[in-house]
Every structure is written in structure tokens, then in C-alpha cells.
Design a protein around this ligand. Structure first.
Ligand code: SF4
Length: 135
């Protein structure tokens, strides 16, 4: 076997397999990463966005957070909420815990800020749901 194209090792510290989520194709990108989490080489991506996605995923992975909060006096007991900007992946559980304790008064409107500047992060938790007052 040639050393120019070694077999991909999913469990090696130097290689990562990441599904690119930038578009619905979802390329399975295989990346070689150095000790400082810099992507050296990528395979399996159809376009250059795959390399950018993997670089972000290995150095600063982020996700959009979606959940619900309780609504007091609403036509529905819960309102859907989300973070319009992705948050660091390692903060998701912390935000989920804080969201669990939130209760807002009806009515709730789409785009209403439920938690502003969460823990000084600059990230807002925003309603993505309409909940009118209970009749
Ligand atoms: S690499 Fe390009 S084509 Fe493949 S999933 Fe990412 S954005 Fe889509």
C-alpha cells in the first residue's frame, strides 16, 4: 500500500470524519487535523465550504439551540424558543438548564427576546412561537 494515500482512521487523533451541514447534500468530509486543530487536508467534500465547515467544527463547534419555555396564562402551556445565532456546543447544556427555569407571561410573540445577552455572551434566546392569552 502506498504512503501517499493511507487508509482513513476514524479514531486517530490526526483524522476526523465530519458530516458537512452547510447544505442538504451532507458530504462526509474526512479531514487531517494537526495538534492545534488546524485542518491540513480534506477529502470527500464537493465544494470549498466543506473545508470551512470542518475547520469551524474542529476548532469552535457551534449549534443553534432550540427548546421551549413555560407560558403563564397562555392558550398553550409552552412556547418554542431558539438562539438565532449558533452558540458554542459546550454551552448547550448550561443554556438548557437555564431555559428549563424560565416562565413568561402570555402573550408571547415571534421574535420576542426571552433571555437577553445570556450570561454576558451576547446571545439572546428568542421566541419562535405565537402564544396568545388564554380566553
Ligand atoms: S461540502 Fe459543499 S456540497 Fe458538500 S455538504 Fe458541504 S456545502 Fe454541501
Amino acid at each position: 500500500m502506498s504512503d501517499k494515500n493511507p487508509p482513513f482512521d476514524r479514531y486517530s487523533h490526526a483524522t476526523r470524519s465530519v458530516i458537512c451541514l452547510r447544505c442538504p447534500i451532507g458530504c462526509d468530509v474526512q479531514a487531517t487535523v494537526d495538534d492545534a486543530n488546524n485542518v491540513i487536508e480534506v477529502k470527500g467534500n464537493i465544494c470549498k465550504l466543506g473545508r470551512e465547515y470542518v475547520q469551524t467544527e474542529v476548532s469552535d463547534p457551534r449549534r443553534i439551540f432550540c427548546s421551549t419555555v413555560r407560558v403563564k396564562g397562555g392558550a398553550k402551556p409552552l412556547a418554542a424558543v431558539w438562539t438565532p445565532k449558533p452558540i458554542p456546543k459546550d454551552k448547550l447544556l448550561d443554556l438548557a438548564r437555564d431555559t428549563r427555569d424560565v416562565e413568561v407571561a402570555a402573550p408571547v410573540h415571534v421574535g420576542q427576546v426571552i433571555i437577553a445577552d445570556w450570561k454576558g455572551s451576547g446571545l439572546d434566546l428568542v421566541a419562535s412561537d405565537e402564544v396568545p392569552k388564554a380566553s
